[in-house]
Design a protein around this ligand. Structure first.
Ligand SMILES: [Zn+2]
Length: 152
């Protein structure tokens, strides 16, 4: 499943990427730009814009709430997503799938403490950010659990 979110939904876009979903998002994505991108790439549009329906859009989901937690719940429910299945596999900034990185590759790029205490790293091929399982991921997992999503 692939999504395109309108520019009002940045926080939702970020959280969908946290749970591993492919999300197109950017300041250019609203109105007809959003519709074109969605059609070209076969994406489901997520929007708060009720007027979009008059622009002959492809499939779209009208997001009901202003709150990103409610928005995320709505999308997970409507699209039958498993929030934990692919969590932390995608760069939140670039939307690219992360690649595994060896310790040799990350040696000079992460703090020494992180290097000595972590074994598994991944790398974004676009922005070259390095990710590792750590407290911020744990906080995100707690956030997802707080939304009523359970691990399997
Ligand atoms: Zn990136």
């Amino acid at each position: 499943m692939k999504f395109a979110t309108d520019k009002m939904l940045g926080r939702l876009a970020k959280w969908l990427r946290v749970i591993g979903q492919d999300v197109a998002y950017g300041p250019h994505l609203s109105g007809y730009g959003l519709i074109r991108a969605a059609r070209r790439e076969g994406r489901l549009i997520l929007t708060r814009d009720r007027a979009l329906s008059r622009k002959n859009p492809p499939h779209y989901l009208l997001i009901e709430s202003d709150q990103f937690r409610e928005q995320l719940k709505q999308v997970v429910r409507a699209c039958h997503l498993d929030p934990f299945k692919e969590a932390f596999t995608r760069c939140v900034e670039c939307n690219r799938l992360l690649e595994p990185a060896t310790k040799a590759v990350v040696r000079d790029k992460v703090p020494p403490y992180v290097f000595s205490t972590q074994e598994r790293f991944s790398l974004c091929p676009t922005c070259r950010r390095i990710f590792w399982p750590a407290t911020h991921q744990q906080r995100m997992v707690e956030e997802l659990k707080g939304l009523g999503f359970g691990t399997r």
